[in-house]
Design a protein around this ligand. Sequence first.
Ligand SMILES: Cc1ncc(COP(=O)(O)O)c(C=O)c1O
Length: 401
Amino acid sequence: MLARRAARVETAGLAPKLDGGSPLWLEALGANVLDVDGNRYLDLTSGFGVAVVGHRHPAVVAAVRRQSGRLVHGLGDAHGHPLRIELAAALKAVAPVRDGRVGFAVSGADAVELAVKTALLATGRSRLLAFEPAYHGLTFGALALSSRPHFRRAFDRHLHRRVKRLAYGCAPRRLASELAGGEFAAVVVEPVVGREGILLPPPGWLVELGSLCRRHGTLLVADEILTGGGRTGRWFAVDHDAVQPDLLCCGKALGGGLPIGAVIGSAAVMSAWDAPGEARHTATFVAHPLACAAALATLRVIADERLVDRGARIGAELAAALSDWPSRFAQVRAVRGRGALWGIEWRSPAAAAGFSERLLRRGVLILRGGATGCVTQLLPPLVTTARQLAFALREAAAAAE
Ligand SMILES: Cc1ncc(COP(=O)(O)O)c(C=O)c1O
């Protein structure tokens, strides 16, 4: 019924496909989702990686409720409010950016736009280096950096031309020869490739990338929109390698379920924006008071509940449970991941689709994706209990047969 109604009022191709058995979410709490038909699921998608603290965490809900009794909407970049200052301080305290300054955004893609504009402004250069595969969002600037032809094809001729793309994890000498010319404003990198297939960088690669950037005056932009907030078992994925980016993008988990993004950049780089006149990157809803309240509560929950450590422990549990899958299941080509961010690569898109559909019927939600459609992705909320995780892994093994 609702599916038929949706078809009359929503746009096919933009709205969820409801005819393929995908659930209509009614409620969510912690790692659980309830659909309109009363089915309960364990959400190993974290709602596209958002629910690091779980869905509807009580502290986040309370903070939003409190703030909604005071101030729901402000005046963006024109008049401030106290929470955005507090949130900027909290972000500065956890982000591995030297002498950080925060710029707010309304989404992940908007954070990428802000980081890229900052790099162009601060360096005066015009070229950008990105990787294959990569996903940075679908607004025009971010889309120019995202690699998947499906997203780009129709808009390709309108995209920023000055993007060079190298293979993710490519030989450092390839990077060096590109950067040596001094033309690149920024290298934009996912410290772990997420949506395009969960790929870990080769050991030492990010460190090498960071030092090449420094040598050649190119800014390193770490897109931690998916990997930030403890997802990989550290506050940020670059922390595994002690890499300090010039600009770090956050989104997803940051808002605890409310939309917000942020860029933390070094003071020297962010000072490029300091000029007379109106803010040159802003949006009506930027630093939205409710989202700031939710984000502050989320950062506190991550710290108070030691969720970063929990992310590392989930990583160890997933590694132990999944590492023999390639030898155990004929259709599994590889498994890889870090913390609570894992990918299972199947031998065909059909095998990946079959697995996620069988798992859905067993009450576990996972993401299917990657440029090839062969990688199913497991992103449990960091509040997932040991019992819930054991249930999910039992069902996953049964669905993989
Ligand atoms: C690494 C990365 N960057 C950017 C984005 C875009 O974020 P948003 O969908 O909030 O615009 C995503 C979303 O999946 C992402 O995973």
